[in-house]
Write a protein that binds this ligand. Structure first.
Ligand SMILES: NC(=O)c1ccc[n+]([C@@H]2O[C@H](COP(=O)([O-])OP(=O)(O)OC[C@H]3O[C@@H](n4cnc5c(N)ncnc54)[C@H](OP(=O)(O)O)[C@@H]3O)[C@@H](O)[C@H]2O)c1
Length: 277
């Protein structure tokens, strides 16, 4: 029997990671699914996944994860799906440097470090797939999402560069750029805005009231959400196709946004984006 392919998926306590980890297991992969909290391990283990702790902001947990997986597989990691992240909402002028740094620690630096540690294992085997879950906000801006947008733009830059640098190594690199997907993302973002932004003392106080209603899930874009299975559909292609694409846009709003950005003069495009709630 052919050996099972192995994959590390991060951020599996909810949403896209939780769904894709189980779907890959169902489709015959050996799945190492990571979470940050010990209490989130059991649900994954109950479904036959090998659940491990990893927090992108804690470098020792990244090293321990890669060591454990390579030990258990005898030095084989076929794929990495960087997925665990959060969105810090708030106007750019209301973000402290520390809050912006925290956003990058999770969404960029942690992903970079895990990827850096996995690449040598893949190089030994002369093959591998690295898939990074970006966002449509990695390609275009959105008001009051500056920290998150900046982190995903940075991720896009690193990932497409890495893709070119790894050409010929047998390691393929792809980005998934979803629009709105049903998950805990919005609830987690809501907690972050209350935790880190002075909502009432801000010049944007009135706008925040409207934004909070939107974060509660009532905006027109959120009404066009898809389930995490839509992400799984393209993840499978990125992992198994002979020609994985550099970019996978998911959801109609994401495809429309990317299309309009290419089509429209910049000033007009940003005027349109400005009007989106
Ligand atoms: N949902 C959307 O509309 C949407 C759209 C575009 C892109 N995305 C991207 O999709 C990916 C998955 O998000 P989701 O929608 O599934 O949201 P989610 O339900 O909030 O899941 C996010 C996961 O990331 C984990 N995480 C947060 N901080 C972490 C850290 N420091 N280290 C490791 N893991 C961490 C969370 O763990 P805890 O439970 O411990 O917090 C959770 O497991 C993210 O990269 C996000 O940017 C989502």
């Amino acid at each position: 029997m052919a050996e099972q392919s192995t994959i590390i998926i991060t951020g599996c306590s909810s949403g896209i990671g939780a769904y894709c980890a189980r779907a890959l297991k169902r489709d015959g992969w050996r799945v190492f699914a990571t979470v940050r909290r010990p209490e989130d391990l059991a649900a994954l283990e109950a479904d036959g996944l090998e659940a491990l702790l990893m927090d992108y902001t804690k470098p020792d947990t990244i090293t321990a994860l890669v060591e454990t997986v390579t030990q258990r597989t005898g030095g084989r990691i076929d794929a990495l799906f960087n997925n665990g992240a959060y969105g810090q909402p708030g106007a750019v002028e209301d973000l402290s440097t520390d809050v912006l740094r925290q956003q990058f620690e999770t969404n960029v630096f942690g992903w970079h470090e895990l990827t850096r540690q996995v690449i040598p294992v893949m190089r030994t085997n002369s093959r591998g797939r690295i898939v990074n879950c970006s966002s449509i906000l990695g390609l275009l801006p959105y008001r009051y999402r500056g920290a998150y947008t900046a982190s995903k733009f940075a991720l896009e830059g690193l990932t497409v560069t890495l893709r070119m640098e790894l050409q010929g190594s047998g390691i393929e690199v792809s980005l998934i750029e979803p629009g709105p997907i049903d998950s805990r993302f919005t609830a987690n973002a809501l907690a972050k805005i209350h935790e880190h932004i002075d909502l009432e003392g801000s010049a944007h106080a009135e706008e925040y009231k409207r934004q909070l209603a939107r974060l509660d899930g009532n905006g027109p874009i959120n009404r066009r959400k898809l389930g995490p299975d839509a992400v799984y559909h393209v993840l499978r292609h990125a992992l198994t196709s002979a020609r994985p694409k550099p970019h996978y846009l998911v959801t109609t709003p994401a495809k429309q946004g990317a299309f309009l950005k290419r089509l429209l003069p910049a000033a007009l495009f940003y005027r349109l984006m400005r009007r989106l709630d």
